[in-house]
Design a binder for this molecule. Structure first.
Ligand code: GLN
Length: 536
């Protein structure tokens, strides 16, 4: 295989311009021309991974197959490219420093003063090259978190400068900026872009391609102006208009020829053309739904959209398969109680109870589950959502009044959800959960089997507590069955309620595996069930 090309995506002017989506779209386009691509995110914060961050701060924590707790942008990468990412695809400043300090303590730098340049930058470089060195990729796209000019980003920008210098045309820098529209002047303004490129130049990095996020079309004149002020060719100024859905962005980037420009800059062949037929079919279904449902998402981080990113995207994929517009209505579980429950859940065609940690909002989740169980409303419980379904059933069907998870009540008389054996000895909270992909065996005589159409699946996990098998027999006799079991450890992975149209709780996170090319079958069938429920 030829030399791997390294593409860097940096951002300026403001955060939230969509670097992750631009990176994922570029990956999709290159991939659809037959190239192999991987995407990596470098995050400038000092947490070793985002696993210990509050979802309000940084949105959802995404989990890879190999059990890395990562930035939610990796979810976009997987959803767009349909290829799994790994621990190596997300690196934080914390992890970089941790490795350097560990090496220093081991004596690997004996006699040297350990410094940001070259030791930290070398470690960043090593982490970037790690993916290319596997020999599996034509392109490694590295997205640098944060905004150019931030103190935290400096070592990363310096590393990009060094790699550019060393690799020349085997690397390429894309800078994403904002071109704001000033209503009073009736004009799009290029000055922030000029300044942002200047800031980048102060660190010695000249961008090759400038992607301009804008509400309105950029005229050729404006592109020429940006080109002239920022030392790039006009064809390298790419317009990135606000899109109705993120899934339009690859199509828009193809029109703007972002991928062709990257190929030209890195001297790669441009003879292929991107084949996005499947993607366009998905988009067509997404934009032309034949029905509509509203699903309630009951959780405690509902104030921030990004906190349940993968769940929301899974509904987008599943909606398209069903040619149905899925409206997701978030419901703050803290405010749910027995008096207002029917009002809170009124008009909803199905309920998903979200994953989560800790006491807050738990009783509202349990109350919501009682309501959907008694009223035959389709229900999907994910992780804590499944655990709540177990608690609810214990309390209201089996008569275990004080049933609980020992996470919320360590002294409960009925610990129906309890800490896993292997978790009992663990002290720290960072990266110590049961994480990543584990196999699960599904019982043939179950709804879940009909959905998956196979008995052997594997799904990603992120939890410490599990169903307490001492109670399994009682639950099964009363109609709640453990239909999915981890074969080696005998852990209950899937709970299913008999005599209910659609009531499934899963200990794992199906949402991490749903992609545009492969929407997750649990979500697809759940949406189908909500359509059916609405029709009746
Ligand atoms: N807090 C629960 C546990 O640790 C559920 C975790 C989750 O929902 N991801 O087991």
């Amino acid at each position: 295989m030829a030399q791997t090309k390294y593409i860097f995506v940096l951002g300026g002017v403001a955060s939230s311009l969509g670097k992750g989506i631009i990176s994922a779209s570029l990956a999709k386009l290159l991939q659809s021309r037959g190239f192999s691509v991987t995407i990596q995110k470098l995050d400038p914060y000092i947490n070793v991974d985002p696993g210990t961050l509050n979802p309000y701060e940084h949105g959802e924590c995404y989990v890879t197959e190999d059990g890395a707790e990562t930035d939610l942008d990796l979810g976009h990468y997987e959803r767009f490219s349909n290829t799994p990412t790994s621990q190596a695809n997300n690196v934080t400043t914390g992890r970089i420093y941790q490795s350097v300090i560990e090496k220093e303590r081991k004596g690997d730098y004996l006699g040297q003063t350990v410094q940001v340049i070259p030791h930290i930058t070398d470690e960043i470089k090593r982490r970037i090259m790690l993916l290319g060195d596997t020999g599996k990729y034509d392109f490694v796209i590295t997205e640098i978190g944060g905004t150019v000019g931030d103190i935290e980003s400096l070592p990363y920008v310096e590393t990009v400068r060094q790699i550019r210098w060393e690799m020349g045309k085997d690397s390429c820098v894309i800078h994403l900026t904002l071109v704001p529209y000033l209503a009073a002047a009736g004009e799009l303004k290029t000055k922030p872009t000029q300044h942002s490129v200047k800031t980048l130049l102060e660190s010695g990095v000249q961008p090759d391609i400038i992607v301009c996020r804008t509400e309105r079309p950029l005229t050729e004149g404006l592109k020429d102006k940006i080109a002239r002020f920022c030392n790039v060719e006009s064809s390298s100024v790419i317009e990135s208009r606000d899109a109705k859905t993120i899934y339009q962005v690859p199509i828009m980037m193809r029109e703007e020829r972002l991928d062709a420009e990257v190929l030209r800059k890195t001297r790669m062949p441009i003879d292929s053309s991107p084949d996005l037929k499947k993607w366009e079919e998905f988009l067509y279904k997404l934009e032309n739904p034949k029905s509509e449902v509203t699903i309630g998402l009951v959780g405690k981080y509902v104030e921030l959209n990004d906190a349940y990113k993968s769940i929301n995207e899974s509904f987008v994929h599943a909606g398209a398969v069903n040619e149905c517009k899925v409206n997701v209505k978030t419901i703050q579980s803290e405010y749910i109680n027995i008096e207002n429950i029917s009002e809170k859940l009124a008009g909803l065609d199905g309920i998903l109870v979200a994953p989560g940690f800790g006491e807050r909002g738990i009783e509202g989740k349990i109350e919501a589950i009682r309501y959907v169980r008694e009223n035959n409303i389709p229900f999907l419980g994910i992780c804590l959502g499944m655990q709540c379904a177990v608690i609810e059933f214990g309390r209201n069907v089996l008569g275990y009044n004080s049933a609980h998870s020992t996470e919320m009540n360590p002294d409960t008389k009925y610990p129906v959800i309890d800490l896993m054996e292997e978790q009992k000895k663990i002290k720290g909270l960072g990266g110590t959960m049961r994480l990543g992909k584990y196999p699960c065996k599904i019982e043939k005589n179950s709804k879940t089997y009909e959905i998956y159409q196979t008995t052997n699946i594997s799904e990603r996990h992120r939890h410490r507590y599990e169903f307490n098998n001492e109670y399994l027999k009682k639950y099964e006799e009363a109609g709640m069955k453990g239909v999915g079991i981890n074969p080696s450890e005998n852990l209950v992975e899937i709970m299913e309620l008999k005599n209910h149209p659609w009531f499934i709780g899963v200990q794992f996170h199906p949402e991490y595996q749903s992609t545009v090319a492969k929407p997750h079958s649990l979500f697809v069938d759940f949406v189908r069930a909500t359509i059916e429920n609405k029709q009746n």
